[in-house]
Design a protein around this ligand. Structure first.
Ligand code: GLN
Length: 304
């Protein structure tokens, strides 16, 4: 199957649709990105790679990194994650405070901001140098030693982080944040500021399509059972209050970020990353969602 041809066809079809999204504008580093860039890359568990467009251009992966920090905690941390965060779809925007008060500081899942902040708190408790450790972990998954944080984005995230500060203070008041707030926020903001290309992202996430083993190094990251559970969490919680839409239209476990990236997994087959910076109202890539919908429809490669 030549997916590159399929990618080109879908890309051209989508050109005729009006792009109704707009780029994230809460920090200049995202607001100033050229909104017409587009990239896609699919990597199979047999390590074939198919790409199209700006697939090698790095962008801010933002909340896609929440899966990586979760996996790092899930794979190596002794404390019981599920006492600190729930695992149900939130049904609210990624930065909502509403449910936190009601649930006494326990986030609905690790992929909304509140949940990712709790995971960062756990990592700060248990790792010697959390920022360096998570960067090294991501480099191991990607097989690429140049993957890094963008310090300007991390700085801007902190300055624009009022809602995240509100969440973390609220959770601390319920005893669900154990460490110094600035230290946890610093890790969270750096996590948002990781930059990768579609090629790097699809490669990095391939272990989730490969029963928890990184194909190029043979390193086991998660057991098959925990891999299945991580994919299940992406299916139910990866797109905030649009997780149902993504499941309905695309039919793959996945995760989005406000940089316009989406990564999705077909267990035992492939990982795919797509990037188009304009977002829909829910904060997910407008064209990225449409592209993946067309892709799984045309190729019948959804999990359903
Ligand atoms: N940096 C963003 C935030 O903390 C990440 C949100 C996202 O990508 N959905 O709000």
């Amino acid at each position: 199957m030549n997916y590159e041809k399929t990618f080109e066809e879908i890309y051209n079809e989508l050109l005729n649709r009006e792009d109704r999204g707009s780029v994230a504008d809460y920090i200049p580093e995202l607001a100033n990105v050229d909104p017409d860039q587009f990239g896609v890359c699919l990597t199979t568990v047999k390590r074939e790679e198919f790409s199209y467009g700006d697939a090698e251009k790095r962008f801010s992966i933002q909340s896609i990194a929440k899966v990586l920090s979760f996996v790092m905690a899930y794979s190596s941390i002794k404390s019981n994650i599920w006492e600190r965060t729930n695992l149900e779809p939130a049904g609210t925007p990624f930065n909502s405070l509403l449910q936190l008060e009601h649930d006494r500081g326990i986030p609905r899942n690790p992929f909304i901001n509140a949940g990712a902040l709790v995971i960062c708190d756990i990592l700060v408790s248990e790792l010697a140098s959390p920022k360096e450790n998570i960067r090294a972990f991501i480099r191991r998954l990607s097989g690429n030693n140049t993957v890094d944080f963008n310090p300007a984005v991390a700085h801007a995230e902190k300055k624009a982080g009022s809602r995240n500060y509100a969440m973390i203070y609220l959770m601390k008041s319920f005893g669900n944040i154990r460490n110094d707030i600035e230290t946890v926020m610093d890790l969270y903001c750096h996590l948002c500021a990781i930059e990768m290309s579609c090629k790097e992202l699809s490669g990095t996430f391939l272990f989730l399509a490969n029963n928890g083993v990184v194909p190029w190094s043979g390193e086991r990251i998660l057991s098959p059972s925990r891999t299945k559970r991580t994919n299940a969490l992406m299916q139910t919680c990866g797109f905030y209050d649009e997780a149902g839409q993504f499941t309905f239209k695309v039919g793959l476990p996945g995760k989005s970020g406000v940089g316009g990236g989406i990564v999705a997994i077909h267990p035992e087959k492939y990982a795919i990353a797509v990037w188009s910076p304009r977002l829909n109202k829910k904060g997910n890539s407008y064209k990225g969602m449409l592209f993946l919908e067309e892709f799984t429809t045309k190729t019948r490669l959804s999990i359903f």
